[in-house]
Design a protein around this ligand. Structure first.
Ligand code: G6P
Length: 611
């Protein structure tokens, strides 16, 4: 992954770099650097660590540069170190890179034979050397980039400065995202528009293979034939404020509090006057829906967990066979497809490389595709045949909360939509189920975030203070939510947590239950409550410290204790979302107690643009 930013114009560039990079940190945060062009000279300052470390270093060398590129890194080739931090300079070329150059070994050998000396272990330095080799030969940045592209394989988004190209920033992308933007005081580039919102809202998503040259007064694009044209700017309605913490201690907490509104946004304009699902505004025609006979949902991480819920709902409500695939596995062992197959790719960022590769595979074999994406204008949103946006707004915390929540909301709506199209349920029943999401859920979520609830999460999370292993258990949909609960807990608090179908634990894994092992048991399906509770007794009698998250009517009176979270919602879907808030909040409070870096968990990045 990694985050890239660049600017050229009439204002001072350094503060723009640090401001933008601090927003982009969600893409990687093990090292950081900038290249500043001033009086024709390019100076690079970089270090292992975060923006704060770079700012310390920059105090020793103040800059008034008006042209710069910057980078925040998530290490792939070469560990996090000052040396491996970007930008990388080779000869007259200074480069920041997001992605992976797959043929870097072969290229490096060739370049070493030509006398190039490398000072880092990165694939990026190899790309810089290749660019420089061509730049030295033709002395033309656009030609040099085009020639280097012919030799590079893998994925990349580059921001480039060349000695001798004063005030000019070059950019190109293949497989990794890059956005250009136009401000009042100059031109910008970044991996993601949120980094540029403090400066402008006019943007242009750079196309695959297109080369951009930014100068203080214009932006030019060069296509395959090196023909020149100007970008067509689009306007985003995202605001910089939406990417601020607003007084919350962490972005994750703020984003959990935004979930009720996010569900409303995801549904707005998708419910017709009869209270039934309607995707007409998404530009999807009725004939498209009718052709679908089976569905494959492909995604990674939490988006895949949302997909699991979606598949269950689609099968339950619309009787369409639906399977879920981990995106990184999908194209290497593609499932059988046939007439009427639809591939749905779910992605918050819209840029996840594994999901994108699966989407492209599906398209290459002629399967219709539908993206369920949050970030507007991103690659998956653009390349899928159809796209339904989740409208969760910018999600900054690395661990997703409102992104997942809106993915489930949209999939629920989609399941009911299929039920309407296929007439598997009466309109009255569909409306009733949709009301559970549209009318009851926002209140249910708010009720899960009262002061009293927050105290309960805090109290319950104490158990994780000195525990390194835990389990989530549940049956039916609760098992699927358990997977997300376990991922949330482990990714931000580093408590090793596994999710098990309640009935499966006894087939081996129950041997890991010791005195005090935390087991979080979910139960929101009354029809499964009795069996689920039996499984809870099995672990309790072996010493587990059980935390129950139970729907009120799944709970017998004597089962409620201080470690029980009672869900008061009435409908199934509102109960599901109430339980979701509880698992997210327990993970959050556990991470707070354990002193973890909640918004930037170790080793992770939010948008994983490498396979
Ligand atoms: C990364 C994030 C996860 C996320 C996954 C898929 O691994 O850390 O939180 O669920 O990518 O991301 P996407 O943007 O495709 O939903």
């Amino acid at each position: 992954m990694c985050g890239i930013i660049g600017y050229t114009g009439e204002s001072e560039a350094l503060s723009k770099m640090t401001k933008g990079l601090s927003v982009l940190e969600y893409r990687g945060y093990d090292s950081v650097g900038v290249a500043l062009q001033e009086d024709g000279e390019i100076k690079t300052v970089k270090c292992r660590g975060r923006i704060g470390d770079l700012e310390e270093k920059l105090k020793q060398s103040p800059s008034h540069a008006r042209c710069a590129i910057g980078h925040t890194r998530w290490a792939t080739h070469g560990g996090p170190s000052d040396r491996n931090a970007h930008p990388h300079r080779v000869g007259s070329t200074v480069l920041v890179h997001n992605g992976i150059i797959e043929n870097h070994k072969q290229l490096k050998e060739r370049l070493i034979d030509l006398g190039v000396e490398f000072s880092s272990e990165t694939d990026t330095e190899v790309a810089a050397a290749l660019l420089d080799l061509h730049y030295q030969t033709c002395n033309d940045p656009v030609k040099a980039i085009r020639r280097a592209m012919e030799e590079l394989t893998g994925s990349y988004a580059f921001g480039i400065l060349f000695d001798g190209a004063k005030g000019e920033v070059y950019a190109v992308r293949s497989g990794s995202p890059l956005i250009l933007a136009k401000g009042k005081d100059g031109y910008y580039l970044a991996s993601d528009m949120t980094a540029l919102l403090p400066f402008t809202n006019l943007y242009y998503p750079l196309k695959e293979g297109e080369i951009a040259r930014l100068t203080p007064t214009e932006a030019k694009l060069f296509d395959d034939e090196s023909k020149e044209h100007a970008p067509t700017w689009e306007q985003t309605d995202m605001t910089a404020e939406a990417a601020q913490k607003d007084g919350f201690a962490h972005f994750m907490l703020k984003e959990i509090f935004e979930e009720a509104k996010a569900v409303e946004n995801a549904l707005a304009s998708r419910v017709d006057e009869n209270g039934l699902p309607d995707f007409a505004q998404d530009g999807i025609d009725a004939a498209f829906w009718k052709r679908i006979r089976n569905i494959q949902i492909v995604a990674c991480g939490s988006a895949m967990h949302a997909g699991l819920i979606g598949a269950r709902l689609i099968e339950d409500y619309a009787a369409i066979p639906t399977s879920v695939y981990i995106a990184s596995e999908y194209r290497y062992h593609p499932p059988v497809t046939g007439e009427g197959t639809l591939v749905i790719v779910v992605s918050q960022s819209g840029e996840t490389a594994d999901s994108l590769a699966a989407l492209r595979y599906a398209k290459s074999v002629g399967i219709p595709t539908l993206g369920i994406v949050n970030a507007v204008g991103t690659t998956i949103a653009r390349e899928a045949d159809y796209c339904i946006y989740t409208y969760a707004g910018p999600e900054i915390a690395v661990a997703t909360t409102k992104g997942y929540c809106t993915q489930v909301a949209v999939l629920y709506l989609l399941a009911l939509h299929f039920a309407k199209i296929r007439q598997t349920m009466s309109p009255t029943r569909i409306k009733g189920l949709l009301d559970g999401l549209r009318v009851e859920t926002p209140y249910a979520i708010a009720e899960m975030l009262t002061q009293e609830r927050m105290q309960a999460y805090r109290r319950i999370a104490q158990v994780f203070q000195d525990r390194d292993h835990a389990f989530y258990i549940g049956r039916g949909r609760d098992y699927l939510l358990s997977m997300e609960g376990a991922l949330k807990l482990k990714e931000i608090s580093y408590v090793h947590t596994e999710a098990y179908a309640s009935g499966e634990l006894k087939h081996g894994t129950i041997s890991l239950i010791e005195d005090g092992t935390p087991v979080i048991a979910l139960c929101t399906e009354p029809s499964l409550a009795e069996k689920a509770e039996n499984n809870v007794h099995e672990v309790e009698s072996r010493g587990a410290h059980v935390i129950r998250i139970y729907r009120a009517d799944c709970l017998k009176k004597h089962e409620a204790d201080t470690d029980t979270i009672v869900l008061n919602a009435k409908s199934d879907i509102a109960c599901f979302f109430s339980a979701m808030i509880a698992v997210q909040m327990i993970a959050y409070e556990a991470a707070v107690r354990r002193g973890c870096d909640i918004d930037r968990p170790r080793n992770l990045a939010k948008s994983v643009t490498v396979e």
